[in-house]
Write a protein that binds this ligand. Structure first.
Ligand SMILES: [Zn+2]
Length: 219
């Protein structure tokens, strides 16, 4: 089962996040897996290294490329406890990771806050200009959502308005972390490789709780 495999590796990412917590860092962890093997892992070390770029994903990507001896991670999956920020989404795209799995949404700093999909108000989606003219989208995402195959925006909009009972959304006032049931995102535009797939919400509760507790302890 893919979901069980995802949960297993997300638990490893959570171990990394707890290592960050022990060092009084914002608790985010990441693990990169290729062919059933962990090839890189890391946790947020921005305070320890005095480096704002030392996010879990960046360190895991560097570790993975060192393991493989090449700069591209095509075919590999990154598991990260919290939605990647813009910088990390860019690094994930540059490294050509094929699959992105994350736990909790981050409405404040997560990359999808900055793509137009999440900023689209909740209203019936209209076909884009290219769809209207009959010209196929140059980078179609063929991933089929398990929940909303007909409406690629539905998962994101559920996150915003929480209208669907199947998607539980909890907004945290301090950490800004949301969590919901696992879902597959097939929205466009995406910052990632055109063929990359995104799975959201694996162990979201645990991932979000770590963050929430950390920020609460800082008050
Ligand atoms: Zn980041």
């Amino acid at each position: 089962m893919q979901e069980e495999t995802d949960a297993r590796y997300m638990r490893m990412a959570l171990e990394e996040a707890r290592a960050a917590l022990q060092a009084d860092e914002i608790p985010i962890g990441a693990v990169i897996v290729a062919d059933g093997r962990v090839i890189g892992r890391g946790h947020n070390m921005t305070e320890t290294l005095g480096d704002v770029t030392a996010h879990a994903e960046m360190l895991a990507i560097t570790a993975a490329t060192q393991t493989l001896g090449g700069k591209y991670l095509t075919g590999a999956t990154i598991y990260v406890t919290v939605e990647p920020c813009l910088m990390c989404a860019g690094a994930i795209a540059w490294s050509q990771l094929s699959r992105i799995v994350y736990g909790a949404d981050d409405p404040k700093r997560g990359y999808s806050t900055y793509i137009s999909a999440r900023n689209t108000p909740t209203k019936p989606s209209k076909p884009s200009a290219t769809e209207k003219s009959g010209i196929p989208n140059p980078t179609p995402n063929t991933q089929k959502s398990t929940h909303d195959a007909q409406n690629p925006m539905a998962g994101i909009q559920n996150t915003i308005d929480g209208t669907q009972n199947s998607t539980k959304v909890i907004q945290d006032s301090t950490g800004g972390i949301q969590h919901s049931k696992s879902r597959i995102q097939n929205s466009s535009p995406s910052p990632f490789h055109p063929k990359a797939t995104i799975t959201i919400g694996i162990l979201a509760e645990e991932c979000a709780t770590l963050m929430r507790d950390f920020f609460r302890s800082k008050r």
